[in-house]
Write a protein that binds this ligand. Structure first.
Ligand code: SAM
Length: 203
C-alpha cells in the first residue's frame, strides 16, 4: 500500500505544484507561514513533498525532511538547492517507520500529509516517539468537518482523491492525533473546519 501511494506521488510530482497553485494563492501560503513560524530548534518535517514549506523556516532551524516518494523529493531538491537553512537534510523514508532515535526532535511538522499516510495512527505514533518530551508537534491538515453538508461534498471528492492519489478527504485526523498519544494544545480552524492548524505536545 505504502509503495503504491509513493509511486502515485512520484508519477505526478512534476505537475504537483502547478495543480495546487490556485489553493496556494488563495489560502495555503498564508497558512504555511503561520504553521512554520511555530518551529524551533532541531526540526523534522514529514511528507515534505516538493518542499513548499522550506522557504518559511528561519535560517537557524536545523531541518531534516523526509518523504517516501523519490519523485517528490527530487523536485524539492531541485527547487530548493540554494536554501540557506542550517543543515538541511532530505531523506527518502516512510513516516510509519522512521529511522530516528526516540526523543530526537524539538519540533515535528506535518502539512497536508496525514490524509495520505496509509496507516495514519502508526505514522503519528512514530512522530510521537521521535519528539522530545518538551517538544511541539505542528499539524496543518485537512480532515472531515463537523458540518454534515460540508461532509457530503467531502465524501464526493473522496471518491476521486482516493483513486487518483490515495488521499482521503474524510480522515478524522484530530482524533487520530489524540489516539496516537499526543496532547492537543491548540486547534485553529481554517476554511470552516476542513483545514486545522493543530499544535500538540507529548503527554
Ligand atoms: C499532499 S502531499 C503534501 C506535501 C507537503 N507536505 C505540502 O504541504 O505541500 C503528501 C506528501 O506526503 C507524502 N507521504 C504520504 N505518506 C507518506 C509516508 N507514509 N511516508 C513518507 N511520506 C509520505 C507523499 O509522498 C506526499 O509527498
Amino acid at each position: 500500500m505504502a509503495q503504491k501511494t509513493a509511486k502515485k506521488y512520484s508519477r505526478i510530482a512534476w505537475l504537483y505544484d502547478t495543480f495546487e497553485y490556485p489553493f496556494e494563492m488563495m489560502l495555503f501560503q498564508k497558512l504555511r507561514a503561520e504553521a512554520i513560524s511555530c518551529a524551533k530548534g532541531k526540526t523534522l518535517e514529514v511528507g515534505v513533498g516538493t518542499g513548499k514549506n522550506l522557504p518559511y523556516y528561519s535560517p537557524e532551524i536545523e531541518l531534516t525532511a523526509v518523504d517516501f516518494s523519490a519523485g517528490m523529493l527530487k523536485v524539492a531538491l531541485e527547487k530548493h538547492k540554494d536554501i540557506p537553512l542550517k543543515g538541511l537534510t532530505l531523506l527518502e523514508m516512510d513516516i510509519q517507520n522512521l529511522s530516528f532515535e526516540d526523543n530526537s526532535f524539538d519540533t515535528v511538522v506535518s502539512t497536508f500529509v496525514f490524509c495520505t499516510v496509509p496507516n495514519p495512527i502508526a505514522g503519528l505514533r512514530e512522530l510521537h516517539r521521535v519528539l522530545k518530551p518538551s517538544g511541539k508537534a505542528i499539524f496543518l491538515e485537512h480532515m472531515k468537518s463537523s458540518n454534515f453538508l460540508i461532509n457530503v461534498h467531502l465524501y464526493i471528492m473522496n471518491m476521486f482523491s482516493t483513486m487518483i492519489l490515495g488521499t482521503s478527504m474524510i480522515r478524522e485526523t484530530q482524533k487520530n492525533i489524540e489516539s496516537a498519544g499526543f496532547t492537543i494544545q491548540s486547534v485553529d480552524n481554517k476554511a470552516f473546519d476542513i483545514v486545522r492548524l493543530i499544535v500538540a505536545g507529548k503527554k
